[in-house]
Design a protein around this ligand. Structure first.
Ligand SMILES: NC(=O)c1ccc[n+]([C@@H]2O[C@H](COP(=O)([O-])OP(=O)(O)OC[C@H]3O[C@@H](n4cnc5c(N)ncnc54)[C@H](O)[C@@H]3O)[C@@H](O)[C@H]2O)c1
Length: 328
């Protein structure tokens, strides 16, 4: 069996999570590692029996089929464009880009090249959110309204997390995952009323957004960056007619079946985080899509759609025009 050769650009935390998972797949060979920190590149390459490369061209010439872009946010666009130009299949961590302009340019390039391009919105494969999606699809909960929050404890560690030049903005950090959940679980946004302010840090670190979806659902979405890591910092609550769904991060999910009825709860505390956060499944699907030349489960258009929402939020706050009507 010919193994699929994989390379990684950015061998930090999430790069190594992907490599650990890929190293358990019998049909994958970890072939190349790139990182600006040469010592880290060497150590990670040794750990996974791979070679260190200085650039993507070298990696491609060595026969690598697919590349994971797991470097910091702002570098994703340039690496993704280069990788596509060289004919790689690409797994790009979120945020796909840190501007809508770049996201649209990237989408054009993906279409032109016809390779597999998957975005790292892993929540779609997390146990808690798959459970919610299933209950909604089965009609056991017919969503009418919702409340969503995604908090961070601080923007102190590492210090660059409060620097918008580095991250693209606080909303491009973990918050982006929950914008993806709005679309994936509940539907496309029609209009938003967006409030944001700088409370503690130089970046806008408090957001309160009211949403109306195209299917008529209404809901609220908040994200704050100075909440002190009080658990649960990530929660989606979906309200039906006297029933509801709710999660506590990736650890627990609850389904309240109705007035006076039982609550079905699932606890994933003991499950390995790579599984319960959805990383194992997103990697397996990416590899299968490359091998079978299939469309990926999280497409470049999904990457563009969440960046369009974030772009609209920043424009709303910066222009002082809080009301946003989404295009399309
Ligand atoms: N989907 C998720 O759940 C998830 C989780 C964590 C991080 N991420 C995303 O993954 C990316 C990396 O995050 P992380 O937590 O692994 O960060 P990290 O700082 O642990 O790792 C980043 C690595 O990239 C290297 N790097 C920096 N600049 C580079 C460049 N120009 N070229 C090549 N390598 C470079 C660094 O030396 C470091 O080894 C970020 O975009 C982040 O938003 C996604």
């Amino acid at each position: 069996m010919d193994k699929l050769k994989i390379g990684v650009v950015g061998a930090g935390f999430i790069g190594q999570v992907h490599l650990e998972i890929l190293s358990t797949f019998p049909d994958v060979q970890i072939a190349g590692v790139m990182d600006v920190e040469k010592g880290r590149a060497k150590a990670v390459a040794e750990r996974f029996n791979a070679k260190v490369y200085d650039d993507l061209k070298q990696m491609r010439e060595a026969g690598v089929d697919a590349v994971y872009i797991t470097s910091p946010n702002r570098t994703h666009f340039d690496y993704a464009m280069q990788a596509l130009e060289l004919g790689f299949n690409v797994f790009c961590e979120k945020p796909m880009t840190v501007s809508l302009k770049d996201a649209l340019e990237l989408e054009k390039k993906v279409k032109e090249k016809g390779v597999v391009f998957q975005v790292g919105h892993n929540r779609r494969f997390a146990y808690v959110y798959k459970f919610m999606k299933q209950k909604i699809e089965e009609g056991q909960v017919k969503p009418l309204s919702f409340q969503i929050k995604m908090n961070r404890g601080e923007l102190l560690n590492p210090p660059w997390t409060s620097d918008r030049n580095y991250t693209g903005g606080f909303l491009f950090e973990s918050t982006i995952h929950l914008f993806d959940m709005v679309r994936w679980l509940l539907g496309e946004i029609e209009e938003m009323y967006v409030l944001g302010k700088k409370s503690v840090y130089p970046d806008i670190d408090d957001w309160a957004i009211a949403m109306r979806l195209k299917n008529g659902l209404i809901g609220t979405f908040t994200s704050c960056a100075h909440a002190s890591w009080m658990i649960p910092f990530e929660r989606v609550e979906v309200y039906g007619e006297h029933n509801m769904l709710m999660n506590e991060e990736m650890e627990k999910v609850h389904f309240c079946k109705g007035l006076g009825k039982e609550v079905e709860s699932h606890d994933f505390m003991k499950v390995d985080f790579k599984e319960k956060w959805g990383y194992v499944e997103e990697n397996r699907l990416f590899i299968d899509c490359v091998k079978e030349k299939k469309a990926p489960p999280v497409a470049v258009s999904d990457g563009v759609a969440v960046i369009r929402i974030i772009d609209a939020c920043y424009k709303a706050v910066e222009s002082g025009n809080a009301h946003v009507r989404m295009e399309g």
